[in-house]
Every structure is written in structure tokens, then in C-alpha cells.
Design a protein around this ligand. Structure first.
Ligand code: SF4
Length: 255
């Protein structure tokens, strides 16, 4: 091994050249072995700048394009019937699309189908549905003439639990399209869950009842009242519900 190569390596390794002879000899042995097996690196100051790897371009994961619901009633109903956009599709018997005239000025919205609705594929049937029909009749309204009835989610949450936010979000394009096609003068949301999910609010029903809200790009007016299933359990609140219905009637009559 040439002396200058050894000296250069000692400098590169930043070893003290003013060391004792025995240590120097030991270091020299190690150095010699290293030199024999590997090329001598250039001094740090002379080293060419290592090529810098180009920055890793983290392309954002392709965002899923927003779901566009069919823009006609028949296509929309078919899309709901075949829908697997959320986990509720696995446990439903029937989808529950909605019922009523497609030009109804009043849209009533509940939270989701229960057991009877799931079995029959129609919203608000059974005891709660009967009570709703009576309430509507008291202000000269019915699902056969001038009220459209739908739910925030079109499939029954198992065990009648509240619909979860991902399920509501997955189903929202269907409800939004129904509202867009229907162009109701007024939306009446029944129950805390329907009201909160529709208005994206966490306020209690007691705060949401009374004032007029707005929904969607058309700023459709929204009023909130009790769910008939709740009224069956708490008849003492039927009077407040009657107050809400009169508010609905006055609004639709332009009073
Ligand atoms: Fe589709 Fe709505 Fe049923 Fe979920 S609840 S599967 S989004 S129709």
C-alpha cells in the first residue's frame, strides 16, 4: 500500500497522527485492511454533492367522485331499490323510497324505516303512521293528495337504532334529489334524529322546534315537530305537536 494513500485515509478518518508508535502501527494495520477492501472516500470537502432524490410526489388518493343520483323519479326509485351504498343494504328487507304525489307542496321527513316500513316498503305505516295520517288530516292534508313522505335513510337501521352519520351521508343524494324533483314549499321534519341529520345540527329538539330553518341550495323552509312514535309514548306533548301543525297550515296557506 502506498504511503500517501495510507496518510490520506488517516486524514479522512480523522485519526491523530501524533499518536504513539504502537497505536499508530495498530491503526495502520486496520487502515491497510480497509484500503485493501474498499476504495478511499474523497475528503468530505471535496465530495461531490450527493445527488438529491427528487421529492416523492405524494399524489392524493384519487378522491371518489361524488355520487350523482338519477335525475328522474323512475331512475331514482330504481337506484334506491338496487342501492348498496351503505351497510344498511345488508339487513333491509325492502328499501323505503317514499310515498305521495310528486308535486306535493309539503314534504314530511322521518329518520328511517322501522320494522313495519321495512316489511312493506312504505314510510310511516303501523301505529305511528296512522297517527301521522290523523295529524295531517286535521290540517286538511294527506299522503294521497298533497303530502309527500320520505325518510333520511331509505333502509331500516337494524334494531331500530338511529341511522349513523355515514349512512345518512350515503343516502343524502337520494333525499336531495327527491327534494329537487318535488320542489316542496315546506319541509316538516319529524323527530330529533330527522331534524338534526337534516339540519346538520346537534341542538336538542326543544331548540329546533319553533323557528323556521332552511335546507339545501333552494333554501327550502323547514319546520320541526315531534315524531308520531314519540307522541304515542308521550301523549302529553300532542298539544305542542298541534301548535306545530297549525304553524305548518298557516305557512302553506300563506297566512
Ligand atoms: Fe343505499 Fe340509503 Fe339504503 Fe344506505 S340507506 S343502502 S345509501 S338506499
Amino acid at each position: 500500500m502506498e504511503a500517501h494513500r495510507r496518510a490520506r485515509l488517516l486524514r479522512v478518518l480523522e485519526l491523530d497522527v501524533w499518536t504513539t508508535r504502537s497505536k499508530a502501527a495498530a491503526v495502520a494495520e486496520v487502515v491497510e485492511a480497509v484500503v485493501a477492501s474498499a476504495p478511499i472516500p474523497a475528503p468530505r470537502s471535496l465530495r461531490a454533492a450527493a445527488p438529491v432524490a427528487p421529492p416523492l410526489l405524494l399524489t392524493p388518493e384519487a378522491a371518489e367522485p361524488p355520487y350523482i343520483a338519477p335525475s328522474d323519479w323512475a331512475g331514482l326509485a330504481e337506484a334506491v331499490k338496487a342501492c348498496t351504498r351503505c351497510k344498511l343494504c345488508k339487513t333491509r328487507t325492502n328499501t323505503v323510497f317514499g310515498v305521495g304525489p310528486q308535486d306535493a307542496p309539503l314534504l314530511v321527513i322521518g329518520e328511517g324505516p322501522g320494522a313495519e316500513e321495512d316489511a312493506r316498503g312504505e314510510p310511516f305505516v303501523g301505529a305511528a303512521g296512522k297517527l301521522l295520517d290523523e295529524m295531517l288530516k286535521s290540517v286538511d292534508r294527506s299522503r294521497s293528495r298533497n303530502v309527500y313522505i320520505a325518510n333520511v335513510v331509505k333502509c331500516r337501521p337494524p334494531g331500530n337504532r338511529d341511522p349513523e352519520s355515514d349512512e345518512v351521508a350515503a343516502c343524502r343524494p337520494f333525499l336531495d334529489r327527491q327534494i329537487e324533483l318535488l320542489k316542496p314549499k315546506l319541509i316538516l321534519a319529524l323527530g330529533r334524529i330527522a331534524a338534526q341529520r337534516l339540519l346538520s345540527s346537534t341542538a336538542p329538539l326543544s331548540k329546533l322546534r319553533g323557528p323556521q330553518h332552511a335546507y339545501g341550495p333552494a333554501n327550502t323552509p323547514v319546520l320541526i315537530s315531534y315524531h308520531p312514535a314519540y307522541l304515542l309514548r308521550t301523549p302529553s306533548d300532542k298539544l305542542k305537536s298541534w301548535v306545530d301543525l297549525k304553524q305548518v297550515h298557516r305557512f302553506l296557506a300563506g297566512i
